[in-house]
Design a protein around this ligand. Structure first.
Ligand SMILES: [Zn+2]
Length: 51
C-alpha cells in the first residue's frame, strides 16, 4: 500500500535536477531545483536573498 503511494508521489512530485531530491523542489520559473541547490545556485548567480 505504502509502496504504491510512494511511487505515485514520485511521478507527480518534481525532482531536483541537480541532486535528484524530491523534497521542496522549486518549480517556479522552470528551475526544478530543491531549496538546497537553489540556494547554492542563487549565490552563484549573485542573489543575496539568503545571505
Ligand atoms: Zn537539489
Amino acid at each position: 500500500m505504502k509502496k504504491n503511494e510512494n511511487k505515485k508521489e514520485e511521478h507527480r512530485r518534481p525532482k531536483c535536477r541537480r541532486c535528484g531530491r524530491y523534497g521542496a523542489v522549486i518549480t517556479k520559473y522552470n528551475l526544478y531545483y530543491c531549496r538546497h541547490c537553489f540556494r547554492e545556485i542563487a549565490e552563484k548567480m549573485g542573489f543575496k536573498k539568503y545571505s
